[in-house]
Design a protein around this ligand. Structure first.
Ligand code: NDP
Length: 284
């Protein structure tokens, strides 16, 4: 069997087309466009690349995005003040704080300060709690991207066995709640899981978010399963691979996302989608 390759770039283009129209509808209704603030504390080069990518997509969609670039010596109190200001700024509907922060800054301060209605990447305890309780909430955009891939490819979830490899707060855990809500039977594995390959082989849908290059091999995949690769691993010799060994898994799976070109292209688009949704909610 040769698996269908799920084309994340095509899905991303489709969603962007829908969101552009959504921004226009918002503008017609409210005379302004959705506003996004990206808070970045200098120090991590990679997060600068992510900021640029988000700004580019925002521009494409017609969302007014601005970068709040803070010096590396910013204190927790100063960062908190910036967020408190954004919480009350009426032109800002969504806020994202770029991670990682320098070591002296507290992620917890950020998560606890950001207003839940502007927390478009679902990092606050209130957002996480609402998600766990099944109430409406913003969710981490990578988890949202995975669910979007499954829904747009019409992958059945109801009653299906989903195995998630990885239990991080940004991917594994929120995904587990999102998929439970869609009536999947969810198993979450992590670095201490025993018999991981056996559990993975039970999956109708296998989601890899471990950060281990090509860890998921064909023998871990049930024939015909859908395999979603969240991993983005930079190789020392250059280039990027996922957590899934695409070549061997393609021989067994029914459908598989490639890396690059799978989940990645959807993540920032889903962030913007949640920003536009935040704008609608704040306008009542
Ligand atoms: P984390 O490092 O925060 O979490 C990794 C998880 O994988 C942990 O739960 C860890 O277990 C588990 N794990 C690690 N090694 C193994 C193993 N050998 N067997 C089973 N479980 C294991 O990573 P993230 O969740 O932030 O990211 C995961 C991957 O997704 C990375 O490659 C990252 O680059 C990528 N990513 C991609 C995004 C996108 O836009 N597509 C966005 C965000 C991340 P334990 O908890 O026990 O330590």
């Amino acid at each position: 069997m040769t698996a269908t390759t799920i084309d994340g770039r095509k899905l991303s283009a489709e969603i962007k087309g829908e969101l552009k129209e959504e921004v226009q509808r918002f503008h017609q209704a409210h005379g302004q466009v959705p506003g996004l603030a990206i808070v970045r504390v200098e120090g991590d080069a990679a997060s600068g690349v992510y900021s640029k990518a988000i700004l580019r997509i925002a521009k494409e969609l017609g969302v007014e995005a601005r970068l709040e670039l803070l010096p590396v010596e910013t204190t927790n109190e100063e960062l908190r003040d910036v967020l408190l200001h954004l919480n009350t700024d009426r032109a800002t509907h969504g806020v994202i704080v770029q991670m990682p922060l320098p070591a002296h800054l507290s992620q917890q301060v950020v998560a606890e300060t950001l207003a839940a209605e502007k927390d478009i990447d679902g990092i606050s305890p209130l957002s996480a709690g609402n998600l766990a309780l099944g109430f409406p909430s913003f969710v981490p955009s990578t988890a949202a991207a995975v669910v979007e891939v499954l829904e747009r490819t019409k992958t059945p979830l109801d009653g299906k066995n989903v195995v998630i490899l990885g239990r991080s707060n940004v991917v594994g855990k929120p995904l587990a709640f999102m998929l439970l809500q869609r009536n999947a039977t969810v198993t979450v594995c992590h670095s201490r899981t025993q018999n991981l390959a056996k559990i993975a082989r039970e999956a109708d849908i296998l989601i890899a978010a471990v950060g281990r290059p090509t860890m998921v091999k064909a023998e871990m995949v049930r024939p015909g399963a859908t395999v979603i690769d969240v991993g983005i691993n930079a190789l020392p010799e250059g280039g990027i691979v996922g957590d899934v060994d695409f070549a061997s898994v393609s021989e067994v799976a029914g459908a598989v996302t490639p890396t690059p070109g799978g989940v990645g292209p959807l993540t920032n688009v889903l962030l913007l989608k949640q920003c536009i949704e935040a704008a609608w909610r704040q306008q009542g």
